[in-house]
Design a protein around this ligand. Structure first.
Ligand code: ADE
Length: 250
């Protein structure tokens, strides 16, 4: 189980406030979890701590050198570490990848900037991960996205251990709709069943809402979902109610 994440970056000042706030900050009050950033520039051998240079063959931008990056990596790596490079060329981040990575005791995340790292760095990393098919200015937000997703999978981090299991995507479906006070806002009422106190009806409603939201927003996920009979009946019920819903604005 994950105990430590080290993020190597040229911009620790982008990383540190996020690691020390809100849920990640609280999670580190546990003795068995450490989240740290490290400045790759500290491993440069020149007076100005420069770690980037122009690309061979010509291209716009600067490339981060392999040597200071490897020195930074060696300074945190242990026998149990796995090294992950954040790059748009990596395997797409998903809940199933996170469930796999959270089993690793120590992760070292490499966040590039500018035109990225010298490609020879790929010989020294275990995996490449992308947060999606778009290009950011650096790997800092992707490293934080990955860290955040992993930490909330650790037992005891969320207030209630059930919460991660109930999350969107955990079972391949989106979350059900949630409501809080007031019970009536404008013409929109909280579904009666949620204030009925009838436990089983409420559980059925949650499954129905979750299936309905997945059908509405991510039909690609529903196409891959292994339906049981109860879910099939509840989705059918959702379609019937959807037809009758006069306030439906979605
Ligand atoms: N660095 C820049 N864009 C990225 C992306 N989409 N995923 C991971 N790292 C990145």
């Amino acid at each position: 189980m994950l105990k430590r994440v080290d993020i190597l970056t040229l911009f620790p000042e982008l990383i540190d406030p996020y690691l020390s706030s809100s849920m990640l900050g609280r999670a580190q009050q546990r003795k068995d979890l450490v989240l740290l950033s490290h400045d790759i520039r500290a491993f440069a051998h020149n007076k100005h701590h420069q770690v980037d240079d122009i690309p061979y063959g010509g291209k716009m931008g600067m490339v981060i050198q392999v040597e200071p990056t490897l020195l930074a990596l060696e300074s945190v790596k242990t026998k149990v570490s796995k090294t992950i490079l954040l790059t748009p060329a990596g395997e797409k981040l998903s809940m199933s990848l996170c469930r796999d990575l959270v089993q690793t005791e120590h992760l070292v995340l490499l966040s590039g900037h500018y035109e990225g790292f010298d490609s020879r760095l790929l010989n020294y990393v275990d995996r490449c991960v992308s947060v999606g098919d778009y290009v950011l200015t650096g790997g800092e937000l992707p490293a934080l996205t990955l860290t955040d997703t992993l930490i909330r999978l650790l037992p005891g981090v969320l207030g209630n251990d059930e919460s991660a299991v109930m999350d969107s995507f955990f079972n391949g479906l989106l979350d059900w709709d949630v409501f809080t006070r007031p019970q009536k806002f404008d013409i929109f009422k909280v579904p009666d069943v949620l204030v009925s106190g009838h436990h089983q009806n409420i559980e059925h409603w949650k499954i129905k809402s979750s299936l309905g939201n997945t059908w509405r927003y991510r039909p690609d996920l529903l196409a891959r979902h292994p339906f049981n009979k109860e879910e099939r009946d509840l989705l059918r019920q959702f379609f019937v109610e959807e037809d009758k819903n006069e306030y439906n604005s979605r």
